[in-house]
Each structure stands twice: as structure tokens, then as C-alpha cells.
Design a protein around this ligand. Structure first.
Ligand SMILES: Nc1ncnc2c1ncn2[C@@H]1O[C@H](COP(=O)(O)OP(=O)(O)OP(=O)(O)O)[C@@H](O)[C@H]1O
Ligand SMILES: [Mg+2]
Length: 268
């Protein structure tokens, strides 16, 4: 369970000025059960829009998403999301933040506490259960977010640039940590990023998107063996994958860069 199929997804936004923005244009993608799929593309190519549609938070203009053969029509229990911002309740402890989703599912207090402690431990936060968000570092808050998403035991974990706010060094440790968790819990993961190394290090496959309108340009298989550690970054296989993916992304990044320059010149 946990297969995702996107069929001819299209999303057009209309800005307050009445301008139409085609964010997604004909996305077709299949994510296999327990696969770790990374979606890579430059800023503004439609990655978050794609994720919001898969999670059911946003409706497509045309096309549809099927989870295990059933069309997604709104947020659902089998799908958990980790956002770039931590989205924790500041007045709740780490454990209570993790318990929140379980309470909504009607689980007993004792069961909720058990699950919260278990997933906080998996996320490397044993001993921090009763801390409030302001007593935790940014990285720890992000781990609480991951524990919270996993605690509801979803079939699918959607992650939108979850490590974007971290410095480069902490980011690599988090990637390794996430793989350790993935090896333990095995879910279908869709991981959004604009970082090539991150996409290749984490993914079984990397879907490279085009810049505006967002389409899937190509899906690249990453056959590096698991479990993976950061040592894989030094290998020749990694380097050759990296240059193959960069060749695909380069043109799209240039378009994104030029669009940004234009926006600066014309004051958009
Ligand atoms: N509510 C909205 N109204 C109008 N345009 C929107 C809206 N949401 C997104 N867009 C536009 O749709 C396009 C895709 O946006 P999206 O946030 O999905 O990109 P992204 O790939 O996630 O970018 P980033 O890497 O910066 O997070 C952008 O051009 C954006 O300006
Ligand atoms: Mg985004």
C-alpha cells in the first residue's frame, strides 16, 4: 500500500491582478509502494503545488491523483506531510505535538503517549519529550515534525524541502538520519528539494521538473545500494549520477534565474 499515481495533472492559478499562472502542465508520475522518490526542480517550478495536490490540500485544475487506486479528493489519514516550516504548537511539549494527530484519530491517552515516545526516540529525541518548541533547536523542531508525521503511521510521507532552513553541514547529517529512519519504517516517501546532492543521496529515483510550466522532464534511477551513508557522496557512481542530473537541471535553473532577473528589471 502507498502507491501514488498522478495523471495529467494541471494547475493554473489566477493572481489577484487576474493574470493566469500555469504552475503544472501535464504531470504524469507513478510512485511505487515504499519507494523513496525525490522531486527536483528550480524555485517556482511547481514542486509545492504538486505536493499540495498529492496531499489533498489543493485541487488540480485538471487531471487527478490516485492513492492505491482511489482518487484523492481531500486530506486523508494515509498521507502525512512535513512542511518546510516546523508548524509545531508552541504551547505544547514535543510529546504533545506528536500526540496531536493521534488524538484526532481517537487513540487512548496511554497509546498516544507510547507512540509519541517511540517516534521521538526514532527521531533521535529521547530525553526531550517534555521540552517546549522554544527550548529546542531548529533541527530538533524539524525532527519533532518528522516524528509527528510518522506517529500516525501513514502509508505515505510527503516532505517539502524539510531541511531547507538548515545550514549545509547539519543538512547532511539530517539526510543520513532520515535514511536511517526510512530503513526502519519503510514508507512511500515523496521528498521535494532543489538540491541535487540531496536528491541523489536520498532517492531511489529522482524526478527532474521543468521550469514554468512545471512538467516532469525526466525520471532518473539511482541504483546506489542501501543502507547509504555519507561516504557514498565520495564515490565515482555518485559523481556520474550527479553530472547526469545536473545536465537535465541546468537549463531549467537558467530559465528560473532569467525569470528572476526579468522580475527584478520589470519590478514584478
Ligand atoms: N496561490 C497562488 N496564486 C498565484 N500563483 C501561485 C500560487 N501558488 C503558487 N503560484 C505560482 O505557481 C508557481 C509554482 O509555485 P510553487 O510554490 O509550487 O513552486 P516551487 O517549485 O515549490 O518553488 P520553491 O522552490 O521556491 O518553493 C510559481 O510561479 C508561483 O508563483
Ligand atoms: Mg516550494
Amino acid at each position: 500500500m502507498g502507491e501514488i499515481v498522478a495523471e495529467d495533472l494541471q494547475k493554473t492559478f489566477v493572481t489577484p491582478e487576474g493574470v493566469e499562472v500555469v504552475a503544472l502542465d501535464g504531470i504524469n508520475l507513478k510512485v511505487r509502494t515504499c519507494e523513496f522518490l525525490c522531486v527536483l526542480g528550480p524555485s517556482g517550478c511547481g514542486k509545492t503545488t504538486f505536493m499540495n495536490i498529492v496531499s489533498g490540500l489543493e485541487r488540480p485544475t485538471a487531471g487527478r491523483v490516485l492513492v492505491d487506486g482511489r482518487p484523492v479528493e481531500g486530506p486523508r489519514q494515509e498521507v502525512a506531510v512535513v512542511f518546510q516550516e516546523y508548524n509545531l504548537f508552541p504551547w505544547k511539549t514535543a510529546a504533545h505535538n506528536v500526540e496531536f494527530g493521534l488524538k484526532a484519530r481517537g487513540q487512548s491517552k496511554a497509546k498516544r503517549r507510547d507512540a509519541a515516545l517511540r517516534y521521538l526516540e526514532i527521531a533521535g529525541l529521547k530525553g526531550f519529550e517534555d521540552r517546549y518548541p522554544h527550548q529546542l533547536s531548529g533541527g530538533m523542531k524539524q525532527r519533532v515534525g518528522i516524528a509527528r508525521a510518522l506517529a500516525v503511521d501513514p502509508e505515505i510521507l510527503l516532505m517539502d524541502e524539510p531541511f531547507g532552513a538548515l545550514d549545509a553541514q547539519s543538512r547532511t547529517f539530517f539526510q543520513e538520519e532520515l535514511l536511517r529512519i526510512y530503513d526502519r519504517v519503510k514508507k512511500t516517501v515523496v521528498f521535494i528539494t532543489h538540491n541535487i546532492n540531496e536528491a541523489i543521496f536520498l532517492g531511489d529515483r529522482v524526478a527532474v521538473m521543468t521550469f514554468r510550466p512545471g512538467r516532469i522532464k525526466e525520471v532518473v534511477g539511482v541504483d546506489l545500494p542501501r543502507p547509504r551513508t555519507l561516504d557514498v557522496l565520495e564515490t565515482a557512481e555518485f559523481a556520474s549520477k550527479r553530472s547526469a542530473v545536473w545536465r537535465l537541471l541546468r537549463e531549467e535553473s537558467r530559465k528560473a534565474f532569467e525569470a528572476k532577473q526579468e522580475a527584478l528589471v520589470f519590478g514584478e
